[in-house]
Design a binder for this molecule. Structure first.
Ligand code: IYR
Length: 227
């Protein structure tokens, strides 16, 4: 068993103490930034430098995770032919979904978004980021271990990622085709990795539209109870 060792937080110099007023201003500034994030389904083909997206993925990699196992893997896809394959496979799954695999209740919940099985953005956007979750890995001890809180950990990292991409000036779409096994095949990932989500990233098209339904965010009093 590995013994714990510690470093004082103060020695890292990473925590910055802030007075209440400054905290208030910063909390507000972050809220104002993140409230401007909108999921987009129309992207510009304009290239986006790879290093920008890589830095955002590095930010995602700083997320907390169960036992610090960091059970996430990201495959950054810019290759036209691979994007074409992903689009074809995703559209095949979505055709089945919209043609009857999804329950009427599910289709009813989706109706105000106006989504369908046609996904041209999977080819048009400059970058696709396929997120995989490791069921097992060797990060913490060097020995292969089951990963703990895999879904929660990868969910947090994915949240960091879309926030980082937004902060950098990119639009994103979180896409979860169901099932997603085709991602493992096309991207040649091992069975120890579960395909988790596909993130589409790029500049929005000039005429990109946001469904009004997506603008209806719950008020703080509807999502928060203080006791
Ligand atoms: N994966 C499908 C359907 C879909 C499901 C949910 I839940 C959404 O919030 C949006 C779409 C698609 O991408 O069209």
């Amino acid at each position: 068993m590995l013994q714990p060792e510690f470093v004082p937080l103060a020695a890292l110099g990473d925590y910055v103490a802030r007075a209440d007023e400054e905290m208030r201003a910063r909390a507000r500034a972050f809220f104002e930034e993140i409230r401007r994030r909108h999921t987009v389904r129309e992207f510009s083909p304009e290239p986006v430098p790879r290093d920008v997206v890589e830095t955002c993925i590095a930010a995602a990699g700083r997320a907390p995770s169960g036992a610090n196992q960091q059970p996430w893997r990201f495959v950054l896809v810019g290759d036209r032919e691979i994007k074409r394959k992903i689009r074809a496979a995703a559209e095949a799954e979505e055709r089945a979904f919209y043609a009857g695999k999804a329950s009427p209740e599910w289709l009813d919940a989706l109706a105000p978004l106006g989504t369908d099985e046609v996904k041209p953005y999977l080819e048009i956007a400059p970058w696709l980021i396929a997120v995989f979750a490791e069921r097992r890995n060797a990060a913490a001890t060097g020995r292969e271990q089951k990963t703990y809180y895999m879904n929660e950990s990868v969910g947090i990292a994915t949240g960091f990622l879309i926030a980082a991409l937004h902060h950098a000036g990119l639009a994103t779409l979180t896409h979860t085709p169901n099932p997603m096994a085709f991602l493992s095949e096309i991207l040649d990932r091992p069975p120890s990795e579960k395909p988790y989500m596909l993130i589409v990233a790029g500049r929005p098209a000039a005429n990109a539209q946001v469904p009004k339904h997506a603008l209806k965010k719950k008020a703080l009093e509807d999502i928060l109870r203080v006791v």
